[in-house]
Design a protein around this ligand. Structure first.
Ligand SMILES: Nc1ncnc2c1ncn2[C@@H]1O[C@H](COP(=O)(O)OP(=O)(O)OP(=O)(O)O)[C@@H](O)[C@H]1O
Ligand SMILES: [Mg+2]
Length: 253
C-alpha cells in the first residue's frame, strides 16, 4: 500500500542548530505511530514541518502521493491532515459550543459564513452539536472553556481536531499534564478512532505509547535513532540509554 504520509530527507535548521536532520519516515494508512524522544529532540519541530507551520531547509513531504512541501497549513487541513497542539489552543473566554463552531468554521471557510452570527447558521450549530455529541462533550456545551478542568480542555481540543474529519491526525503529547485516569481515557479515545484515521502521536507517556502504537520511532538530536514495534522498543538498549535507564518511563517495574 502507498504510504499516507512520507518524508524524504526532511531537515530544518535554526541558525546553527539542525533541529530535524534528514528524516525519512513513511506512515501507512490506518497505522498508529508514536514519535518518542527526549526534550528538545525535534519532535514538535518535525510536526510543524508536516503541517506547514514551518518550512524545511531541505527535503520533501508527501501526503496521499502529492508533494505538499510548500502547501499552506489550510490546504493541508483541507487535504485531510489535522493537528492538536502540545499547549492548548482553545479560546478560553468562549464556551465549549462556540469553540466547536470556531473550529468547524476554520475547516470549511466556504460552507459556514464568517460574517453572520454563528448561532444563526443552522448547519454550523448542527455540525457543532454532532461533533460535541460524538466526543461525549455535549453536556459541557455551555461551559466557558477557561473554567474547565485542564483534562477536559485537552479532551475538547482532541475532539475538535476531529472537526475536519481528518485522515491523518497529529497529536502532540495528548496526555501531557493529565492525571492517570484522564490519560487512560485519552488512550481509550485514540484507540477508538477506527482505522480510517491514521495517527501520528508524540508522547512521553509510555503507557500511552505502548497502549496505542503499532510502531514507535525514536527521535534523538533531530534524527531517527531507531524504530520498531512496542516490544522491540521496550527491549532496545539505545532507547533505555537515551531515556537514561529510566525503567519507569518505559513502563518497567
Ligand atoms: N522556532 C525556533 N527557533 C529556534 N530554535 C527552535 C525553534 N523551535 C524549536 N527550536 C529548537 O529546536 C530543538 C527541537 O525543539 P522541539 O520543540 O522540536 O523539541 P521536542 O522534541 O518537541 O521537545 P519537547 O519534548 O520538550 O516538547 C530545540 O533545541 C529547540 O530549542
Ligand atoms: Mg515538543
Amino acid at each position: 500500500m502507498a504510504p499516507l504520509l512520507e518524508t524524504n530527507g526532511l531537515s530544518v535548521h535554526f541558525g546553527g542548530l539542525a533541529a530535524v536532520r534528514s528524516v525519512n519516515l513513511a506512515i501507512e494508512p490506518g497505522e498508529r505511530l508514536a514519535l518518542i524522544g527526549p526534550n528538545g529532540a525535534g519532535k514538535t519541530t518535525f510536526f510543524n514541518l508536516l503541517t506547514g507551520q514551518l518550512k524545511p531547509s531541505s527535503g520533501k513531504v508527501f501526503f496521499k502521493g502529492q508533494d505538499i512541501t510548500h502547501a499552506s497549513v489550510f490546504s493541508r487541513t483541507h487535504m485531510g491532515m489535522s493537528r492538536s497542539f502540545q499547549i492548548t489552543s482553545l479560546f478560553p473566554l468562549q464556551s465549549v459550543m462556540v469553540n466547536a463552531m470556531i473550529g468547524l468554521q476554520g475547516v470549511e471557510k466556504s460552507r459556514y459564513g464568517f460574517y453572520r452570527p454563528m448561532f444563526k447558521d443552522k448547519d454550523l450549530v448542527k455540525a457543532a452539536q454532532e461533533l460535541l455529541e460524538s466526543q461525549e462533550l455535549w453536556d459541557l456545551r455551555d461551559e466557558i472553556v477557561g473554567s474547565l478542568a485542564y483534562g477536559q480542555q485537552r479532551k475538547l481540543e482532541i475532539g475538535l481536531s476531529l472537526a475536519s474529519q481528518p485522515e491523518l491526525l497529529l497529536l502532540d503529547e495528548p496526555s501531557c499534564g493529565l492525571t492517570m485516569v484522564e490519560s487512560a481515557d485519552i488512550t481509550k479515545r485514540i484507540k477508538a478512532l477506527g482505522s480510517k484515521i491514521t495517527v501520528l502521536m508524540i508522547a512521553h507517556d509510555m503507557d500511552l505509547v505502548f497502549g496505542v502504537a503499532d510502531r514507535v520511532v525514536l527521535l534523538h538530536y533531530g534524527e531517527i535513532a531507531c524504530e520498531g514495534t512496542c516490544e522491540e522498543i521496550r527491549q532496545n538498549a539505545m532507547v533505555r540509554e537515551i531515556y537514561m535507564g529510566s525503567r519507569k518511563q518505559l513502563g518497567g517495574k
